[in-house]
Design a protein around this ligand. Sequence first.
Ligand code: SF4
Length: 273
Amino acid sequence: MASDEMKAMAQGGQRKAAQGMASDEMAAMAQDKLLGFVHSTESFGAVDGPGIRFIVFLKGCHMRCRYCHNVDTWSSEGAELRTADSLLDQAERYRSYWGKRGGITVSGGEPLLQMDFMLELFSQAKRRGIHTVIDTAGQPFSREEPFFSRFVRLMEMTDLVLLDLKEMDSVKHRELTGWGNENIIDLAGFLSELGKPVWIRHVLVPGVTDFDEDLYKLRQFIDTLSNVEKVEVLPYHSMGEPKWEKLGIPYTLSGTEPPTEERVANARRILCG
Ligand code: SF4
C-alpha cells in the first residue's frame, strides 16, 4: 500500500479501525492526528542497531522477498493505529535499559512507506533526546518530489540507517524481491554523500544470494561508500515459512537449508574483512 493511501486511511476517519483502540489513539483519530500503521513492538531488541532498543515494526511493504520472515507485515490489514506520542511513551518505559547506546529502531515492513508518520515519530523522538535508527530495504527511495525533500528531512532526525543490500545484480534482485535495485544503490550512494552512518545487511541464501562473484561485487560497491560502520551477513533461516503457509502464499524456498558455517565465514571474509 502506498504511503498516501495509508495516510488517507489513517486520517480519513476509518471508524471501523477504532474498535479495540486505546483511548488516546481514538482521541487522536477524532482530532485528525497522524497515525502510524503498526504491526507490533518489541521492548528489548538487541540486534537491530546499537545497545538495547525498543523496536517498532510498521505495516506495509512493496517488496516480495522470497525469504521474508515478516510476510504478515506486507499488507496494512490488521494494523494497530498508533500516535507517535503513545509509541514513544511506551518506548520510554524501557529507557533505563538503553544506556548510552540504545534507543528506538523502526523496522517493518518498510518504514519509508509511512514517511509522514516517520517524520512525526522521529521529530518527537529527537525532542525527547532518543537515539533513532531506521531499518530499511530502500525500495521507496526516489530523488523525485515529494519523497526526496521529506527523506532528507527524515535523515536529519535519524542517527543510523540499517540498509539491506540484497543483491547487486538488478536482474537477480528482481527475481528475489520483485523489484530492481537501481534506486536502492542510488540510496546507498546518497547516504554516503550525506555522511549518514550506515550498517549494511546482506541475507545469505544458498543457491540464491550466496555466489562468490556477487559477494565480491557487493564488496566492491561497499568500498565506494564512505559511511559504512558495519557490514552484517545474516544467514538465511526458514523460521518465517509457517507465516506464509498461514496466509496461503506459496513459499518458493521450501526445502532450502541455512548456509553452512563455511559459507557464512566465506561471505563474512569477503564482505566484512
Ligand atoms: S523488504 Fe523486508 S519486509 Fe519487505 S518483503 Fe523484503 S524482507 Fe520482507
